[in-house]
Design a binder for this molecule. Structure first.
Ligand code: ZN
Length: 93
């Protein structure tokens, strides 16, 4: 679903809770997990890391492994991990 959708709800989340990546896909639609897999960290909404501590743990593991992109082809040339991590919604940092 694209962000130009006028029906976008405030409960929708288009930013990855783990890594802050966003490509306009919804990870949560109206609080319901969409089960999409983050192209960046490989986190799948709804199956893993549903609470803050598990989310942090996943993030720690992923960055500890070198923050490899799940979809290598999707990695922008000028990708900046630290910049992206700042996108993480406050509740999930
Ligand atoms: Zn992610």
């Amino acid at each position: 679903m694209k962000s130009d959708n006028p029906m976008r709800s405030i409960e929708d989340e288009d930013v990855c809770r783990v890594c802050g990546y966003t490509d306009d896909c919804l990870f949560f639609e109206d609080t319901w997990p969409t089960h999409i897999i983050c192209s960046c960290c490989g986190w799948e909404s709804g199956t893993q890391a549903l609470d803050v501590s598990a989310t942090r743990e996943y993030r720690g593991y992923w960055t500890g492994q070198g923050a490899e992109w799940f979809s290598r082809g999707a990695r922008p040339k000028d990708w900046d991990l630290l910049k992206q991590l700042r996108n993480i919604p406050e509740d999930w940092r």
